[in-house]
Design a protein around this ligand. Structure first.
Ligand code: CA
Length: 403
């Protein structure tokens, strides 16, 4: 399954950018007309009527601002710790607790049906749209059409555009109200059109799946996503926790059961015991000497919602704070940014593939499989094997870095 918003953070360089992109202007040129004409054939084949289509595309032009936005990556401009701290803020915590009180009965019913704890749902709601307070301002059809037109992550956005037309035609939302994020994410959970089709739920029983204005529908739709994405949320299992690792610990060891971690002397920083069953991955999101975590399969579910380690850490931290956690780490976060620029991450992914590692993603996203490949390379060059790629490793590996 395609992760919900993989594209929003991965931003493969617009290397495909071609004449179509170069010509992006706020007017509707011949190329765009041709794109719309070709799209109509596919739309028609999918049961979209001429009326829906014509109304959707009336006065739509490519939007240069959408292209500009694809080049921004807030998650990576900040040091990881600063990102987590600003996202898992006291404001977000207090508002989340208020919402929990306000919607307690609904959340009780959602937990019962979907087996996903309320805290992670509330945290996602807070992060995505400040609990519904932030409203989308982009014309969804225009944004999706722009991304499809320039073949950004093609055919992903073209398909999403076709699904969006179906959502409008089916009356879930009116064309004139179809506002989304710059990349087509919709409503309070920021679902992509295909996520709406697959996961949106009518939980207040009015017959409509309304992720724009019905809070019960919003919360249940997110819970439904979590219950089914990336292997499904495991009830009662934490997303992860900070740990302390003994001196002289062999950091090549990255995966183990909780029982094994305990035997190896890796302790939870909060002093609590490990859950009775399960496993986790040892993870240094900002490298050593920054904080270490053990993350569980539930962390991967959060990443499926938004494929970013720091996003998932912020969600986990905020949900812990809602349950009384301090929100701070025992080991301080490094003050300086520790994330490689996107182009360097892609260059590293290509180099790993050349070296024979089973690296098949070249979208700049770093997953735990890739972190193990990084550990192997770090070991080769006598570097600390924390799995967090940095400039020193790239230099040793002969990966050409961005100037
Ligand atoms: Ca409803």
């Amino acid at each position: 399954m395609i992760s919900r918003r993989t594209f929003a953070l991965s931003l493969p360089a617009l290397a495909l950018a071609t004449s179509a992109q170069a010509q992006i202007v706020h007017t509707r040129g011949l190329d765009f007309d041709q794109f719309v004409t070709e799209l109509w054939k596919d739309a028609q084949a999918k049961g979209i009527t001429r009326i829906t289509f014509a109304k959707a595309f009336a006065d739509v032009t490519p939007d240069a601002r959408v292209i500009a936005t694809t080049k921004k990556q807030p998650e990576y401009n900040k040091p990881a710790g600063a990102y987590v701290t600003s996202a898992a803020s006291v404001t977000n915590l207090k508002e989340g607790q208020k919402k929990e009180t306000q919607w307690r009965q609904t959340l009780d019913a959602i937990e019962k049906r979907f087996k996903v704890e309320r805290w992670v749902i509330l945290a996602i709601w807070g992060m995505e749209t400040s609990y519904g307070a932030l409203k989308d301002k982009w014309d969804g059809i225009r944004s999706l059409a722009t991304l499809a037109f320039v073949k950004y992550r093609d055919p992903y956005f073209r398909n999403e555009l076709l699904v969006a037309l179906r959502i409008i035609q089916d009356g879930h939302i009116a064309r004139e109200k179809f506002a989304t994020s710059w990349a087509g994410a919709m409503g309070q959970p920021q679902f992509m059109p295909s996520n709406f089709v697959e996961y949106a739920i009518d939980f207040d029983g009015d017959g409509k799946r309304d992720i724009w204005t019905s809070v019960p529908d919003v919360l249940a739709s997110m819970a439904n996503y979590f219950s089914r994405a990336a292997g499904g949320w495991k009830w009662g299992v934490p997303w992860g926790f900070e740990v302390s690792v003994p001196k002289e610990f062999d950091l090549m060891k990255s995966r183990a059961t909780f029982e094994e971690w305990a035997t190896l002397g890796v302790r939870r920083a909060d002093g609590k015991p490990y859950p009775a069953n399960g496993d986790g991955i040892l993870f240094f999101p900002a490298g050593l000497p920054g904080p270490a975590f053990i993350v569980t399969p539930n962390f991967e579910v959060i990443k499926d919602y938004n494929d970013s380690d720091v996003y998932a850490l912020a969600i986990g931290t905020l949900s812990d704070m809602m349950q009384g956690g301090s929100g701070t780490t025992k080991t301080p976060w490094p003050k300086e940014p520790t994330q490689l620029p996107r182009d360097d991450r892609i260059a590293l992914q290509k180099r790993l593939a050349e070296l024979g590692y089973d690296q098949t993603r070249f979208t700049a996203h770093i997953d735990f499989k890739m972190r193990d490949f990084v550990r192997a390379e770090q070991k080769k060059y006598g570097l600390v094997t924390d799995g967090q790629p940095n400039a020193a490793l790239l230099d040793k590996m002969g990966v050409k870095r961005q100037p």
